[in-house]
Design a protein around this ligand. Sequence first.
Ligand code: PMP
Length: 422
Amino acid sequence: RPVLDLEAIRAQFPILTAKLDERPLIYLDSAASTQQPECVIEAVADYHRGHHANIHRGAYRLSRTATRLYEEARERVARFLNAAEPVECLFTRGTTESINLVAASWGRATLQPGDEILVSTLEHHSNLVPWQMVAESRGVRLRAIPIDDAGELDLDAYRRLLSPRTRLVAVNQVSNALGTINPVAEIIAEAHAAGVLVLIDGAQWVAHGPTDVQALDADFYAFSGHKLYGPTGIGVLYGKRRLLESMPPYQGGGDMIERVTFERTTYAGLPNRFEAGTPHISGAVGLAAAIDWVESIGLTAIAAHERALLRQATERLAAIPGLRIKGTARHKSSIISWVMEDPPIATLDIGTALDLRGICIRTGHHCCQPLMDRLGVTATARASFGVYNRPDEVEALAEALSEIRDEALRRMVRAQSEEIDS
Ligand code: PMP
């Protein structure tokens, strides 16, 4: 029995009903950005058509409406994450800015020379470089939890790395390069037992399963709208109230102050203190619409559908000779990464050949160069599935990959015979 009405879902995505070079688009790059359903596109357009004004300019009703829509979006995010209060949910540009906010604000206020920050080998550069930057300026050491060959975190090593010097553990809930689902509840519990705070990069999780920041007891939680069927340029940083209240502002400017004189400034309370300048109001409205949409389908049903697609993709790709799947963790999200070893085909060539067949995948290092080094590759090809993907699209990917391999083999044989002839 199908867990969701796939054709009804697909019909809501204008880009999936359009054609690329006369072919239907096969979009297998939802881990980079999901496509947006009509109701999200419409919510943003409706805001622009009828309600747009700068927020917090209370003299006129239009601005009050825009402010209300923006704050209702914050309430929607808080319910989605099960945050205790909306003010614990800050709007940012995305996961990258959320992590930079914590690194710059909490990091600068708290870190002392000799302290340690623990990340993992699976991190996206956005959960690595901001820590490196603050570590360098504060004399702090960055350490990485190792992984095994399947792409799973080594939890024994994690326990050994947690020390009285550790101030923060910053890990992702799902690896964008391999799809590994990390045991974040366990990671948080262990860190808290050692008195250490935890930031979870939820960029690759929130669209694939329910999130409850209070049940997890996460101290900080970051995600992006554009991986959750919402707009780009909007994201969220959740932080526990007492932590956010203890942190200095990240950026200075309008809307984040209480009183400014040339001598000194006092800052506004939460959440304004961390939202300097005019925010992405329509983005927040679009994100709230995306959350409504995702929850109307149901994250449990979405997860079951994507699990089936991943199982099919894993079976079909594993059966292609010479193709090696990278990342074979027991718990995986709907991401599959691979390399073509025999004959060797550059991942960019795989991506280009698939694009000619109307199939969009991601190739490269996935902003995870330390992970690529650990895997002994420079790049992988990656397909990732969303709620709208169909089994026949997975089939088309597998067939195209077999064809690409056959063509490469024929080219090799031809080149060899030409060499013998000459
Ligand atoms: N972390 C992970 C695990 C990601 O997959 C991504 C996006 N690829 C990011 C962080 C950064 O997100 P954004 O580009 O939306 O800031």
